[in-house]
Design a protein around this ligand. Structure first.
Ligand SMILES: Cc1cc2nc3c(=O)[nH]c(=O)nc-3n(C[C@H](O)[C@H](O)[C@H](O)COP(=O)(O)O)c2cc1C
Length: 337
């Protein structure tokens, strides 16, 4: 199997990708993951109709500042979600004008508010609409398109091979499969073996996703699915280096990416914190950062006093938060990451 991954004209440096996670994998997070060697970092999903209507958070998710990616020769991949061809076509144009290199379409989101609007994973239930959407998107843009999907709607409707083929026929140049059904949401185990028939049926790269947390699970998922690459979501929270680290390990490179030591982790968190404030402004940034601080502390397995944790997660003033982070790192044992 090739060590690198080809998506359209783009050659990715390894086979480990960061999954899109709305509310978490924003530009500050993706920047860190990219710096640590993730092969591709996908934007949070952007609702096409809300984007077209100028909804502020959707516009933010476009991340027009793609300089850091291009310096690394990485394509900027933006994910759209929607169920209406016309909104998606206009959305695709906005995304392209904002500097995207690849447009991904979301066929996997299980959230009620998304599937009730017949978008996300609901498209797995309606092959006709799924094709119309992919076809409209492919005709609306010259950019390569990709599609992220699930195994199907539920256990009685595992139709990922059909939908993935249809996506390929519409022009998708990469398919990501989260190896669960919509009805599973995030429960139960990802069934990597059910992605093997997709790989067999397709010519474009298929990426396996779901429950990959370390080198061992990455290798097992690849072995069971024969996929061309892996995508990691939740395991990277509080550990944005993990994707690059696994990507390097899959290449058996001698230049392994090391888990940050205590001092490096403290500096990484402080830098991430500052970047979040710059991205969102202080008021929202302080609140957005709390999710990440919680993940970092959990991941580092620091036994932090409940009161100190509460202070960290409720403090309003950025300087006080930064001082708390420093204090925690001075006083706590860093067990593992
Ligand atoms: C909080 C959260 C937000 C997510 N947002 C998105 C999203 O915007 N687009 C998408 O395609 N998948 C989204 N996902 C699904 C992930 O990309 C991924 O498919 C899923 O978490 C399984 O992979 P994992 O086991 O590595 O986390 C989200 C998952 C979580 C937990």
């Amino acid at each position: 199997m090739s060590e690198k991954l080809q998506i359209g004209k783009f050659t990715l440096p390894n086979r480990a990708l960061l999954a899109p996670m709305a509310g978490l994998t924003d530009a500050p997070f993706r920047t860190i993951a990219a710096n640590y060697g993730a092969a591709l970092v996908v934007s949070e999903m952007i609702a096409s109709a809300s984007l077209v209507c100028g909804q502020v958070d959707m516009v933010r998710r476009l991340n027009k500042n793609t300089e850091f990616l291009h310096k690394k020769n990485m394509p900027h991949i933006v994910q759209l979600v929607g169920n209406d061809e016309e909104w998606l076509k206009i959305g695709a144009k906005i995304v392209a004008d904002a500097g995207a290199d690849i447009i991904d379409i979301n066929f996997g989101c299980p959230a009620k508010r998304v599937v009730n609007g017949f978008a996300g994973a609901a498209l797995m239930k309606d092959a006709g609409r799924a094709f119309r959407i992919l076809d409209a998107l492919a005709n609306a843009t010259n950019l390569p398109i990709s599609c992220k999907m699930r195994l199907g709607w539920d256990d009685n409707n595992i139709n990922v091979v059909q939908i993935a083929k249809l996506a390929q026929n519409a022009g998708a140049q990469m398919i990501v499969v989260h190896a669960r059904t919509r009805q599973q949401f995030y429960k139960g185990k990802a069934r990597w073996e059910l992605v093997a028939p997709v790989v067999k049926a397709l010519n474009v790269p298929v990426i396996i996703n779901g429950d990959i947390v370390d080198e061992k699970s990455a290798k097992l998922a690849l072995q069971k699915s024969n996929a061309a690459g892996i995508m990691i979501g939740r395991a990277a929270l509080g550990a944005p280096w993990l994707v690059g680290q696994i990507g390097a390990a899959l290449q058996n490179k001698e230049t392994m990416i090391k888990t940050p030591n205590k001092r490096q982790l403290k500096n990484l968190i402080l830098e991430h914190y500052q970047n979040i404030l710059s991205e969102y402004g202080t008021y929202i940034g302080v609140r957005v950062a709390r999710k990440h601080l919680r993940y970092y502390m959990q991941r580092a397995q620091m036994t932090i006093d409940k009161n100190i944790m509460r202070e960290l997660l409720t403090e309003q003033k950025p300087n006080n938060v930064k001082n708390k982070i420093k204090e925690i790192f001075r006083e706590q044992t860093y067990l593992a990451a």
